[in-house]
Design a protein. Structure first.
Length: 207
C-alpha cells in the first residue's frame, strides 16, 4: 500500500492544499492520502492564527467526502513542535509494510538539508515533491543521488517529482481577505467557508 502524507498548518485549509495532491494521486498510486495538521511548524516563527481544533475541523470538512482521504490528529495530540521525523516514526509503526511518501512543495527543497534527523526520515519514507517546473530543480549531491522515478521508488529513501497544476492561493492571502472583508469563498471548500463565517475566524481581533 502506498500512502501520501501531507503536513502543514492548514490555517485555513484551502484548495491549494488539496487540488494538486489529488491531481497526482493516480500517477503516484496513493491508496490513501493523509493530512496531518501541525501543532507548530519548526520553520515558522509565528503561531497559527486559528486553534488546532478549528484547523483540524476545517481539514476534515474539506476532505470528508473524498474516498481514501483522511485527517490525522497525531501532531496536534502530541502538543509540541511538529517534527516530521516524529510523525513518520508513529506512522511507520502503524503501517510497517506501506510505502510512505511525505508530500512537499518544490519551495521546500532549499531547506531540506536543515530538516531534523533527515537521514532517519529517509529510512522511514520518501519525499514526493509537487512541482510546476518544466525541469527538476538542482539539488546538492547528497539529495540528487536519491532522485527516483515514481514507479521505481521503494518503501523509503527516495525523492520523486510529480508535476502538477498549481492553485495560486495561500493561507496568508485568505486570512488577509477575511480580515479586510473581501470575498474569499471560491478559494476554499464551501463547507470550510461556512465554518469560517459561523465561528468568525480570521476577522479583526478574533481567532
Amino acid at each position: 500500500m502506498r500512502i501520501g502524507i501531507c503536513g502543514g498548518t492548514f490555517d485555513p485549509f484551502h484548495r491549494g492544499h488539496l487540488d494538486p495532491v489529488l491531481a497526482v494521486r493516480d500517477s503516484m498510486e496513493w491508496l490513501r492520502i493523509l493530512y496531518v495538521p501541525a501543532y507548530r511548524q519548526p520553520f515558522k516563527a509565528e503561531q497559527a492564527t486559528a486553534s488546532g481544533y478549528h484547523r483540524f475541523a476545517m481539514a476534515v470538512l474539506a476532505t470528508e467526502a473524498l474516498n481514501g482521504v483522511y485527517v490525522s490528529p497525531l501532531e496536534l495530540d502530541r502538543g509540541a513542535i511538529s517534527y516530521t521525523v516524529d510523525t513518520l516514526e508513529e506512522l511507520r509503526a502503524l503501517h510497517p509494510d506501506a510505502t510512505l511518501d511525505w508530500i512537499i512543495g518544490d519551495d521546500n527543497l532549499a531547506k531540506l538539508l536543515e530538516w531534523r534527523a533527515l537521514d532517519r526520515i529517509f529510512e522511514l519514507a520518501n519525499f514526493a515533491v509537487l512541482t510546476r517546473l518544466a525541469t527538476k530543480p538542482e539539488l546538492p549531491p547528497e539529495l540528487a543521488r536519491r532522485v527516483t522515478e515514481p514507479e521505481q521508488r521503494y518503501r523509503s529513501g527516495s525523492i520523486v517529482f510529480a508535476r502538477n497544476a498549481t492553485v495560486p492561493v495561500s493561507s496568508t492571502e485568505i486570512r488577509r481577505k477575511i480580515s479586510a472583508g473581501e470575498p474569499f469563498e471560491r478559494l476554499v471548500d464551501g463547507r470550510v467557508s461556512r465554518y469560517i463565517h459561523h465561528y468568525g475566524l480570521y476577522q479583526e481581533g478574533l481567532t
